[in-house]
Design a protein around this ligand. Structure first.
Ligand code: PAF
Length: 289
């Protein structure tokens, strides 16, 4: 397995492999790799000839009050996981390499970035869009894997790739969960034992929303109420948002037709938990007269 540290070496490697007709699968990460990342790497391994994993804690997607310095960093362990999974290249650039002092350009996807996570973290998605643009330009993948857990990020990246004709198809992998339903996340390590016990409430709330839809409920506010009721019973959780949205635009839906995504963010102790459930359904049958 090759460790690449500079942008020029990364671009050279990809150019060479493409010349040789090798397909490249890409998994962008901020490290602290867990089973969710492992599943993305395995999917990339199956689909492409060579796999690149980037490990870069991107400073521009952290807000001033979010502690970038405390984000979990474990490059050696991450490299060991990648080696075990047959990754060809770990691209682990320094901040100075990715953002030289003179760099100015940023990328924004304004409508996608405005709501939900964007309200709590105003510059977050500009940071994500900028780094993803840079990574895709360097790695030149045939396919790039993202986890469904960060639904808004995935929707924004899909828009970005389409708008800027960036290389590769975006492949979305289902969210990996603990046995009690908690979505895997590098940030779960910050939860204390009681907070960890409380954390699955988010998935339970989303499931309650999905169950209401399956039972025939089509009014957005009523579905939201089902979800809110579940979280209200958990004293350690504070709701940031629980919403019923159009899966493509992420605009809130007042009435549902065929597909919806239920998006949720809760604060439990020091952690903002994110999760979502995508649900497809038939129109409610019209009553027989
Ligand atoms: O999801 C992440 O880990 C990050 O937001 C990403 C896509 C690697 C960009 O820094």
């Amino acid at each position: 397995m090759k460790i690449i540290r500079t942008t020029s070496a990364m671009a050279d490697w990809s150019r060479r492999l493409h010349r040789e007709g090798v397909t490249i699968g890409f998994v962008p990460t901020m490290g602290a790799l867990h089973e969710g990342h492992r599943a993305l790497i395995r999917a990339a391994r199956l689909a492409c000839d060579a796999v690149v994993v980037s490990i870069f804690v991107n400073p521009t997607q952290f807000g001033p009050t979010e502690d970038l310095s405390k984000y979990p960093r474990q490059l050696r362990l991450d490299q060991a996981l990648c080696r075990k999974e047959g990754v060809d290249v770990v691209f682990a650039p320094t901040t100075e390499t990715m953002y030289p002092a003179a760099s100015q350009t940023v990328v924004t996807v304004p409508a996608m970035a405005r709501r939900w996570e964007g309200e709590a973290r105003p510059h977050h998605f500009q940071g994500v869009a900028t780094i993803v643009t840079k990574l895709l330009s360097l790695v030149q993948p045939d396919n790039t894997w993202f986890g469904q857990k960060d639904y808004q990020q995935v929707a924004l990246v899909q828009q970005l790739v389409k708008d800027l004709n960036l290389p590769g198809d975006v492949v979305v992998h289902p969210t990996m969960r603990e046995a009690d339903g908690l979505a895997l996340s590098s940030r779960n390590v910050y939860l204390s034992r009681p907070q960890r016990q409380a954390a699955p409430v988010l998935y339970r709330a989303l499931q309650a929303g999905a169950a209401a839809i399956r039972a025939g409920e089509r009014r957005g506010t009523h579905i939201q109420r089902h979800m809110t009721r579940v979280v209200a019973a958990e004293p350690l959780a504070t709701i940031e948002y629980l919403s019923v949205c159009n899966p493509n635009t992420l605009e809130p839906l007042s009435a549902l037709h065929r597909q919806a995504v239920l998006l949720g963010a809760l604060r439990i102790g020091p952690v903002r938990l994110l999760d979502n459930v995508l649900i497809s359904f038939r129109r409610r049958p019209s009553r027989q007269m």
